[in-house]
Design a protein. Sequence first.
Length: 395
Amino acid sequence: MSKINCPECGTPISDNIKKCPECKFPIEKFTNPEYVPDETDYDFSDSSFVRFRPELTYSEVRRNILNRKILKYGGIFLIVAVIAVVAVIFMYRFNVNTTHEADVLDIQNISAGRFMKINGKYVMILTSNEKRPFVSVVKDKANGIYNYVYMNDGRGEVDYDYIENEAGIKENADVVGYFSGYSLSEEDIDNVIDDCYYYDYFDGTYTACTVDYEVTLSSKISGILFYDVLCESEHESELNKSMVVIDGVGMGSCILDKLPYGTGSIEPEFKPLYFIPASELEERDYKVDQSFETNFRDYYDYEDKYIGYDIYGKVSMSDKEQGLLLYNYSLKSIGSTGYTEEKNGLANIESSSCTIAVSDSFICSEDPDLFDCYFNICAYVNWNAVPIQKEKTTE
């Protein structure tokens, strides 16, 4: 008597038993090389034997068993591998960004310093001890407008397009805070759609181009995306631009206002720089103090008919003293054109209160009375206060 392994399940057994005690394989008959099995050798109540064919010899049966096991376990492995790949792709494309984390900064100071005139525009230079990228929050003293300035290598710039001389911007701004996020590259962007609209200056000096962007990120995240627009062929650029991103889709625009006169086609380059992630909001996180109202009107500019609109409302947030509120809205016509306008936006939160005021327009032949506005509050971004510099004392 010797020991063999069951050709079906591999269990060590004696070679003189009739059937394997584990899987009931007919050992007694199949250990005979000359034996040709027939229908009586199969237990059809056990599906493991239904697949044998009576014309097979024992060696062929063993070979089929091995092939069947390879197919069985190989198929299971292939299915598991496919599921794993699909899961990884799904998480990468549709889940909240899991590969980026906001930088931990060591900001000791941010200073609003020198003023410069660059390409006919007055610019205020910001400096900081922190060399890694971040975004400064600068408040204009004269009109209360906030500017969000991308900083890199300890330096950033604030453009003052409306100032005619340097005296108008001295002591005109305060750095009140900063945002922490992470750098972006082209690999983080799935798609960029740009629409360009050209118009010539009446004095024949330049042509301006308004570029409207719709940007799709590789993750369904919300926040603020900072970017540059470059047009190297015409030596024109717009830097330190920002757009609001809701669920992975951002909308923004810029104006390249000093293109050669008569320019009718350019290929602006979209360069992503930095992203500030936002926290999602639910209705219990805020209170609408003044319901949102939308007023529509129409007017003509040359031969084009425009629909103008104003949106106004107030929101309070008891547990958030400062920061930014992110929102989106859609304007939909019930008229024959079915026109829809969708946009994202942001509003400043001061002392836990936020006033949202939007004023814009678009070309449309519809009657303004046929439009409805759907407004959604989406997310929140908090900024950090700038460290207070203590004055040095002498003993």
